[in-house]
Ligand binder design. Sequence first.
Ligand code: GLY
Length: 358
Amino acid sequence: MVGAGVVGCAIAYELAVRGVQVHVIDGRGPGLGATRASAGMLTPYIEGHSAALLQLGVCGLEQYDRFISRVSSDAGAPIEYRRIGTLQIAHDDAEAGKLAEEDRALSAMGVAHSLLSGREARQLEPALDARVTAGLRIPAHGYVGVQSLLSALVEAATRRGAEFSVAHVHAIDGAAPVRVETTGGALSADAVVVAAGSWSGGIVLAGRQAPVRPVRGQLLHLRLSEPPVSHVVWGAAAYLVPWQDGSVLVGATVEDVGFDERVTVSGVRRLLDDGERLVPALGNAAFHEARAGLRPATADELPIIGASSSMRGVYFATGHYRSGVLLAPLTAALVADQLVDGRERRELALVRPDRFGL
Ligand code: GLY
């Protein structure tokens, strides 16, 4: 396994559960790439920007209850995970018009939701900005505390015999056994899964490279004495994720700046302004931390998952862009089914590596 982000760790866990001897290699250690800056939102009906991504996201969300209870029990550790629903809000007629369009699309799909006036939205969430003109509530949505999920995945995988080590992987030569060149020397394995997110493109794969580019996201972690809202709140410019302990995550920028993982003054300023525009009480919050991560994007904004068509023993699980946490359990199941049981679930047809010549 190359890459110990949430996707790599979920696959490592799923493979270890099925009796595979797993070695996870990452240049930094578990959860220190894009995973570190993820808000953990589980919101496919908002973020499913194409029919394929919506299908994957809905399928991903369906896996979550069971996945969290398995990982938590195998790790012997709690995971912050709540299906508290989302409340999207509008500040003007154009934004309200978009919520009305979503209302029609959700009705056509038979998804439970409610379209609210500004007054109704504020009755539901009194801390919302007074200028809110409309709201859309989707109760199935939720969030997971990504750090708690990541630590539990590492613990659960380790208890099942997985090993984790820190090294950079430069090159992989397919053909079982697969040869993996790392800064710590060469290794070989019956199969290798490339799950290195934005860094997947830097690994030479028998002369090819995974077409993944980094898109920076900056995220704030603020703290109040108690949660100001009871839903994940989604506005046109920012979103808020309220944890039970009063932490509020405010996300996120979307920046095409290459491999630049810095938190910037303008990014933080923008998130503070946009967050307060949703819930003014955030002006009184303690500033805990700002983080930045590089989301791995592909040209069609869909992940690359499954066996390589040209390199025997090489599998991909990368390019998850804005949906790494949502799709981690599904990705783990797709890869483990194919690698261990030779079984191809139908979702694989949407994400095959061969669409990029891999
Ligand atoms: N999925 C949230 C984000 O990418 O900002």
